[in-house]
Ligand binder design. Structure first.
Ligand code: ZN
Length: 265
């Protein structure tokens, strides 16, 4: 774990990259921000979490770090120990954690529950979607209060790193960390639509997977939305697909979600 700090004092604002070692956008974005550091009114901590996995270009070494919280300093796995150290490091911080996906090019945010932090931060982020994962955050960093996860875009893309920089700037603005920068939520920005994550969509064992649905676009009841070796999956009832892709996860296509409302800045 690598930790850098902007400003003096004990940070209550943190940015985390590389929870997953195969998602380089967060580290690139953090390095770009630190290369040309903004003046800050509040100290900010930048954490590169899983350096070992990052160096190997793999998601994790022993187990998925984002399923390993709270972890244990004496855990048998690298990620189990790292989870405990990272949770301790972020204990008193409002935190932005940067990820990327194989399913969606536009940035979006995820929180365990839409609380005051989510309501105050998300309108400043360049996102039009907020996913509430409540009840499905087991072992994830967003299980902790004051943590907002963002998907910056497609894994490995330059655009995801660019979005990461914008997401960090928006987060630092929202938390009042930037000097000479009055927090102003984008007045012309689209409202943030909130989706609540439902059950995952399992993948049966097959050689070829397809997804016909588009994330955050409603799938109607009776519509075929994915296929495993040509066997089509048909929706029993209407839902919104989230994080859905043919090969993004080993054993699920992604998730069903319902649209629950709009955050008005
Ligand atoms: Zn990730």
């Amino acid at each position: 774990m690598r930790i850098e700090q902007l400003g003096e004092g004990t940070p209550e604002v943190a940015v985390v990259a590389a929870i997953h070692g195969d998602e380089p956008c967060g580290v690139r974005a953090v390095e770009r921000v630190l290369d040309d550091p903004p003046a800050v009114d509040r100290p900010v901590k930048f954490v590169v979490a899983n350096e070992t996995a990052l160096a190997k270009g793999v998601r994790y070494v022993d187990e998925d770090l984002n399923r390993a919280f709270p972890g244990d300093p004496d855990a048998d796995t690298h990620e189990g120990r790292l989870a405990a150290a990272l949770a301790e490091e972020l204990r008193d911080c409002t935190t932005l954690s940067l990820h990327s996906t194989q399913s969606y090019a536009e940035p979006f945010a995820l929180v365990d529950a839409v609380d005051e932090i989510a309501r105050s931060v998300c309108p400043y982020l360049p996102v039009s979607v907020l996913v509430e994962t409540g009840g499905q955050s087991e072992g994830r960093l967003i299980e902790y209060p004051h943590v907002i996860e963002v998907e910056c875009g497609l894994q490995g893309s330059a655009a995801a790193a660019d979005n990461g920089v914008d997401l960090i700037r928006g987060f630092l603005t929202a938390t009042g960390a930037l000097a000479d920068d009055e927090p102003v939520a984008g007045e012309d920005a689209d409202p943030v639509v909130v989706y609540r994550l439902g059950p995952s969509v399992p993948k049966s064992v097959a050689e070829e997977y397809e997804v016909f649905a588009h994330n955050f676009e409603e799938v109607a009841a009776g519509e075929s939305f994915a296929a495993a070796d040509g066997d089509e999956l048909v929706a029993d009832e209407a839902f919104y697909p989230v994080l859905m892709s043919p090969y993004g996860y080993e054993d699920v296509f992604g998730y069903r979600a319902e649209r629950v409302g709009v955050l008005d800045g």
